[in-house]
Design a protein around this ligand. Sequence first.
Ligand code: PLP
Length: 384
Amino acid sequence: MSAVRTYLDHNATSPLRPEAREEMMRALDVSGNASSVHAEGRTARALIEAARTKIAALAGAAPRDVVFTSGATEAANWVMAQPWQVVLVSAVEHAAVMAPALRCGARVEIIPVDGAGRVDPEGLGELIDAVCGDGGVSVAGAVLVAVQHANNESGVVQPIAKIAEIARERGVRLIVDAVQAAGRVALDQRGQGIDFMVLSSHKIGGPQGAGALVIGNEASIDPMLVGGGQERSLRAGTENVAAIAGFGAAAAASERDLARSAHLARLRDTLERDLKRATPELIVIGGAADRLCNTTLVARPGARAETVVIGLDLAGVGASAGAACSSGKINRSPVLAAMGIGEEIGKCAVRFSLGWTTTEDDIAQCVSAWERVNKTRSGARAMA
Ligand code: PLP
């Protein structure tokens, strides 16, 4: 195995940023409980509130609307556990949103996507009208629409501003999973009137096991946990101060890095160009759509993703196959199925996701590993 690793799996977890590590180390040395009035407690409180302000800035939200959770999965489950009558959920949602939607007990409608994985806002409006006109659903506070900001597999970005407008006009609530969009496109929770926005620390270079739910001004929600009254009595329990502080530092660094998104897109485009040069039959899934600057999902027909990913790993490159961030198992991706991508191509889909650590050298290493892996495969086929 190559000693120097090239890590291109930031959509699964982005490595801890030095700023986050430093802030966490400082926080670990703070001995107080953030609910205590003494100096030690106030120091812990100050760390939490500073982090809240930084995360709000990244989300385009007001600090008081940010509630800390253990991650995006918890935040999405919390919203789905509210007493909705109807939940309309896009076909390309991450399992953290889709799974709780499917078991929440409400009537569930799947919002279709086009071949690039995009929701059509006008079509969504018609679907909401049909659902609400049907069976006497009273809209106010009872209907939830779930559309992610950007997809974790393909990087395809949804027209969220327009979707938020459609939802607002109809008085339905909207949850936006902004986990992958955060730090890669500018977020505007408040400006777009998004009711619930879900964020995750470890996708932006913060620690794992921390996240947030941003709750818009007009949205209400029952508490997630009751007890000591922390987080405006919405999510009780002594805060994980170090994780929150690290999340805040990562949010500030990610916001600064928005200025580097054109650079990241250039690296991603170079990667795609050179992979295509090496294997001209390569398909870039969602390539014609508006995509995150850091993500590419490619398939070489006939080259099974698990074999390619293992070959790349042995050659020193970390990438992933399918929606591998859930279990390491490679199942058929519901996202690709919803985009109408056949099973044979879907089984060959390999995702490279770039991030704050990525350099031109990483791209060159990845291309060279790809060439070796694919040459071996072609050779093996020729011998068979
Ligand atoms: N939503 C998306 C789009 C994701 O990619 C992930 C990552 O796994 C999640 C939600 C879940 O985030 P967390 O690991 O913080 O629960």
